[in-house]
Structures are given as C-alpha cells and as structure tokens.
Design a protein around this ligand. Structure first.
Ligand code: PLP
Length: 394
C-alpha cells in the first residue's frame, strides 16, 4: 500500500508501539479488577496507582487530583456539569463563561446546562486570532451575579486554528472574582507545559489519543477541595468522583504515552516547528492563501491552518486524499458536514472563507519530504479547483 502522508495529528495520533507493549499484559495475564481485594485485583490496582503517580508527577499535582475518564469529551463534561450540579444541589445557580470557539464538548455542554435552567452562560468574544483577551474575560466576569457559582472554561490551545490562550493570566483573573477555571488541554498535551500549579487552573482535561496513547481514555484534573457532583453514580472508584470499573490497560497506556511525550519534548517540538514553519511559509506563498489563528509564535508547534479564496474545503480535501495526503477541514467530528466552521465564524471570518478551511497538523513520523510533496500537491489542487469554478462560471 502507498504510504499515506498523515497530517491530521490534531484529530488523532497512532499509538506508540512502546505504549502498546506496556498495555498488552493488562489485557491478558494481569486482567484483575482493581477494586477486588485479592491478589489478582491488587496487581491491577497497583498498575492503576502507578499510572496515577506518573501522571500526577507530569502535571505537578497530587495523586488524589487525577481522575481517570473515558475521553476528553467526558472530562470537559465533568468540568462544566460537576460544579454546576453541586451548586444546584445546594440551591445555588451556576454561571458558565466560555466561547463558541471551544470544542463542542464544552460549548454544547454549556448550552445544554443552560437549557436545563441550571446555569446562565456568558459567551466570550474572541479576537481575529481566536484568542480570549483579559479584557473580554473581565467584561464577562462583570456579568456574574452575587451568589452564582461561576465556572470559566477556556481551552489551552484551539483544535481548529492552533491558537494558544494566555491561560495563566485568564485563570488569575477568574480567581480574583471567585470563579473556577477549567482548561481543555486536549490539544496542548505533548506540546506545552501541563504544570497545573504554574498554570493556576482548577480543572484540566486530557485525552490520551492526542499524544500517541490509546483512544478511549482521558484524564480530568480536579484541584483538591473543589466540590463536584459525581458524573456517574455507582461504585466508589476515583475517590467517588467517577464510578465504573477502571480500564486498566488504557490507563497504563495513557501514563506511558504522556511520560514518553514529555521525556523528549524539546527535540520533538523542534521537529514539529521545522515542518510546520516550512508548511506555513510554503502555503502562504500560494495565491489566495491566508493563515488562520495566531502567528507562528502564538500557536501550537505542530499546527498549521489556512483559508483560501475561491475554494471549497471538501473539494480540496478530496484532492489531497486522492493523492495520499490526510488533512482536515477543522474539527474531526465535523468533517463531512458542509457547515462553515463555527470557530472561524466566531473569529469574524465571513461564511465564504469559513467554508474553505484546511488544517494540517504534523507529527513525529513526518519529514521535510512529506511537506514538499504536500505543498506541490496543494498548489496543483488549488489551481485545478479554481479552473473548474471558472469553467462553471461560479
Ligand atoms: N477537546 C478538544 C480541544 C479536542 O480537540 C477534542 C478532540 O478532538 C476533544 C476535546 C474531545 O476528546 P475525545 O476525542 O477524547 O473525546
């Protein structure tokens, strides 16, 4: 089979073979339920607790602050629903402050919690780069009424446009007003520091499949002492925060993957930057191409995203796919639907351009030859698509 040039690492990454190797015994020989008191269960429990200790070290938090979940989506849901439901139980109203440019796991959850009457939502305005400014957050915090439990949720780095948010500053602002601060760090993991003490966040979400770990496992960091209503009721797993039998192999795999990601971080990020910069410089030299999101310094090291004059993203992605290049028009969950990107619309792009977005995200195995081939293919595809439009009089 012809090798596919995979440039969609923001959608998912292949599981590192060392991670697969670490997980394998927990599917077979070490199959115990960590909640069982006997020796078979204790072996599984010990693996879960070793994984928790590794992750706590990498996040610079304590073990009790690490909660295992099934994905980034679940962690995001917990961050919004947990404190708001706990407030509802005390008879208090919630107030969520977030943006339409967040992943749907956050923005749709906020909308649903509001529709259920449990909280009000104040939507943050983002700038042209997709950034939440301290001024925008201050204005939103002004809307919080006395007695409301406020939760601010701003992602660390945007999945569609790669913009990195000023998390430390925003979290500090939220805390000055007594609000809780959550960050969705799903895209940032394996590229930016996840030191929760330094970031000053109360809650943080991760998903293993974005950093060469397995799909179907996530992490939710919850600062000690914060009240949260359990997402699922049932057993007492995860300090009573999240019921359900532990997925031991995947938990072991997530810890291994994050450990690997931070053990060679500087070299890998350098590699990403070299490829990404070649990609950005090459694409911007093509006619009618525009970078979306922040400039090189303000975006994820592996992330390049563009819009194009006179181009429909689906046609472009098809051309790339036929030529063995896997890219994306933005969030993987939305691929296939011809709706304009909500992220770009919220950043002020007109619908015409928001329908032309291309996201290319590099990974460990990519090379400069991959980038050269992609740039040549892209140049040809843009020319052909525009020629067809001219011929059709569109
Ligand atoms: N948050 C962001 C920023 C994401 O990019 C994604 C996945 O694309 C998610 C949350 C959801 O993570 P998961 O796929 O683990 O549910």
């Amino acid at each position: 089979m012809k090798r596919v040039i995979y440039l969609d690492h923001a959608a998912t990454t292949p599981t590192d073979p060392r991670v697969v190797e670490a997980m394998l015994p927990y599917f077979s020989d070490l199959y115990g339920n960590p909640s069982s008191a006997h020796s078979v269960g204790r072996k599984a429990e010990s693996a879960v607790e070793m994984a928790r200790a590794t992750l706590a070290r990498l996040l610079n938090c304590s073990r009790e602050e690490v909660i295992f979940t099934a994905c980034g989506t679940e962690s995001d849901n917990m961050a919004l629903r947990g404190p708001i439901m706990a407030a509802a139980e005390r008879g208090q109203k919630g107030h969520i402050i977030t943006a339409h440019s967040e992943h749907h796991a956050v923005s749709y959850t906020a909308a649903q919690v509001a529709a259920l009457g449990l909280a009000r939502v104040t939507w943050l305005q983002v700038d042209r780069a997709g950034r939440v400014t301290p001024e925008a957050l201050t204005d939103a915090l002004d809307q919080v009424a006395p007695g409301e439990v406020a939760v601010v949720s701003v992602m660390y780095a945007n999945n569609e446009v790669g913009t990195v948010q000023p998390i430390r500053e925003l979290a500090a602002l939220a805390h000055q007003r007594g609000a809780l601060f959550h960050t969705d760090a799903v895209q940032a993991a394996g590229q930016l520091s996840l030191d929760v003490a330094e970031l000053g966040v109360d809650m943080l979400s991760l998903s293993a499949h974005k950093f060469y770990g397995p799909k179907g496992v996530g992490l939710f960091y919850l600062r000690k002492g914060l009240e949260l209503l359990s997402a699922q009721t049932g057993g007492g797993q995860e300090f009573g925060r999240r019921a359900g039998t532990h997925n031991v192999p995947l938990i072991v795999g997530m810890a291994k993957a994050l450990d690997l990601a931070y053990s060679d971080l500087p070299a890998r990020v350098d590699h990403y930057r070299t490829l990404r910069d070649a990609l950005i410089d090459g694409v911007l030299a093509l006619p009618g191409a525009h970078l979306t999101g922040a400039d090189k310094a303000g975006r994820l090291p592996n992330h390049a995203s563009f819009v194009f004059d006179g181009i429909e993203a689906n046609a472009l992605l098809m051309h790339l796919d036929i030529n063995g290049i896997a890219g994306s028009s933005g969030s993987a969950c939305n691929t296939g639907s011809p709706k304009p990107s909500e992220v770009l619309l919220s950043m002020g792009y007109p619908e015409r351009l928001a329908l032309s977005s291309l996201r290319l995200t590099v990974g460990k195995a990519n090379t400069l030859d991959d980038i050269t081939y992609t740039l040549n293919t892209l140049a040809g595809a843009l020319e052909r698509i525009r020629a067809v439009r001219v011929a059709q009089g569109v």
